[in-house]
Design a protein around this ligand. Structure first.
Ligand code: 13P
Length: 255
């Protein structure tokens, strides 16, 4: 059984003080939530990780903690970068890797994403590896080849036991921050395609265990129909995760 995961990608929003308020509000909204049944993670900017880690520890919140990126190396002369072990020391559970904004705006490549995925596993953190097509790729009928390339390259060299633990997020780029959502059927179609890919490369058991999320304009109003699809194991939520009430409603829709 795959436990649903609802993860909030806060992107470059919220100071550490605002982050504290948001997590407290979310905890309030989710009082009584069964986190064993539906896992919830927040992925704030680096500057808020320590603050939220402290809150999670002191108030015994059951949220998972995620980062939005990291450098591949353990340490070194890389001005402005943050290492896997620095994140691990903050009890970070998840790290979003290969988000389309990083690929498109910061030049991340499939090979670079693969190296980071391996570094995350080596540091005992779970990668949330993002894949997805642009609008023009979609219109040209290239969704599956693009996603296949990203999945295969991103998972290259991984053992089946690692693939079983990774989280893949299918985020069509045209749906991110646009208010346009893939239809539940389209999202299910591409996600089941990814699962079949995992099956042929790593075996049916691994494919049956790996969690694959949908991301792209997920809101309280459309969450239930997306999350009701057989292969969609949760959501990676951007804009709607910045509002405690809205994000909590998405979590509740995952039941
Ligand atoms: P939105 O939910 O704002 O469309 O963002 C999705 C996303 O990029 C999550 O990683």
């Amino acid at each position: 059984m795959r436990r649903p995961l609802i993860a909030g990608n806060w992107k470059m929003y919220k100071t550490h003080l605002e982050a504290m308020t948001l997590v407290q509000q979310l905890a309030h909204e989710l009082a009584g939530h069964d986190f064993e049944r539906v896992e919830v993670a927040v992925c704030p900017p680096f500057t808020s990780l320590r603050t939220i880690q402290t809150l999670i520890d002191s108030d015994r919140y059951e949220f998972g903690l995620g980062a939005q990126n990291m450098h591949v190396d353990k340490e070194g002369a890389f001005t402005g970068e943050v290492s896997p072990s620095m994140l691990k020391a903050l009890d970070v559970d998840y790290v979003i890797l290969g988000h389309s904004e990083r690929r498109e705006l910061f030049g991340e490549t499939d090979e670079g994403v693969n190296a980071k995925v391996r570094a995350a596993f080596a540091t005992e953190m779970t990668p949330i590896m993002c894949v997805g097509e642009t609008e023009s790729e979609r219109e040209a009928g290239e969704t599956e080849p693009k996603v296949e390339r990203q999945v295969k390259a991103g998972l290259a060299g991984l053992k089946p036991d690692a693939v079983r633990k990774i989280v893949i997020a299918y985020e069509p780029i045209w749906a991110i921050g646009t208010g346009k959502t893939a239809t539940p059927q389209d999202a299910q179609g591409t996600i089941s395609f990814i699962r079949r890919l995992l099956g042929s490369d790593f075996g049916a058991e691994v494919a049956g265990d790996t969690r694959i999320l949908y991301g792209g304009s997920v809101k309280a109003g459309n969450a239930a129909s997306l999350l009701g699809q057989a292969d969609i194991d949760g959501a990676l939520v951007g804009g709607a995760s910045l509002d405690g009430g809205e994000f909590a409603a998405i979590v509740k829709a995952a039941k």
